[in-house]
Design a binder for this molecule. Structure first.
Ligand code: SAH
Length: 194
């Protein structure tokens, strides 16, 4: 019963995030890009991250392939992680709304690309990546499964570390001083404290 509930939490979270992303994916296809960085490598990385954030959790939900990696976690830990996981879906929606037409799954500069520096972007340069780190960590805790946790962290981590510096380089090339100034008072994943 317990396992059924937590599997449902993971399944619903991924489906909800899929629905949240869909209209932004459509918008992204409609808005022409004027610059695209390393497109094939970027798409491959998106696919690799998708394996850890969607496919493996789905296999965990619907098969017994990863049962041998189950770990014991107290019930309250998994309940708290589930609440955080649900809140993370709201965060996912909020960030998409904020980035709006400027969002893309790969590194791109759109026609009429606007640098967003308000809302959560006033404090953090990459809130969507903060959200993804929380996704893979909370998902592994809700599942109480080593494989789901480690595979999610490794696949997303690969995507993050091979992307974030190129993304900042692209933004500096596009927005120059404006982005450099923006970097001064924002943190990459968490607000800058000093
Ligand atoms: N790294 C950001 C955005 C991820 S989506 C985050 O974690 O929230 C990736 C696209 O967002 C990139 O192609 C880039 O063009 C765009 N982007 C990144 N930061 C942006 C910003 N502050 N304003 C507008 N577009 C941004």
């Amino acid at each position: 019963m317990e396992s059924f509930v937590f599997k449902t939490v993971i399944f619903v979270f991924i489906i909800v995030c899929g629905f949240i992303r869909m209209p932004f994916m459509k918008k992204c296809k409609r808005n022409h890009n004027v610059k695209s960085v390393n497109s094939i490598f970027e798409k491959t990385k998106v696919f690799i991250a998708w394996l850890g954030m969607c496919l493996v959790p789905f296999l965990y939900v619907f098969t017994h392939l990863f049962d041998k990696f189950d770990i014991y976690l107290p019930l309250y830990v998994r309940i708290i992680a589930s609440i955080g996981f649900a809140a993370n879906a709201l965060f996912f929606y909020y960030i998409h709304k904020q980035l709006s037409d400027n969002w893309s799954p790969v590194l791109e500069i759109k026609e009429r690309h606007k640098l967003i520096t308000d809302g959560i972007y006033k404090y953090i340069r990459h809130p969507m990546y903060t959200q993804s780190w929380l996704w893979v960590i909370l998902q592994g805790i809700v599942a109480a499964n080593w494989f789901v946790l480690v595979f999610g962290i490794v696949t997303w981590g690969f995507m993050y570390f091979t992307r974030v510096f190129n993304e900042e380089k692209m933004m500096i090339e596009e927005f120059g001083e404006e982005y450099l100034n923006y970097m001064q008072h924002t943190g990459r994943l968490l607000p800058k404290l000093f």
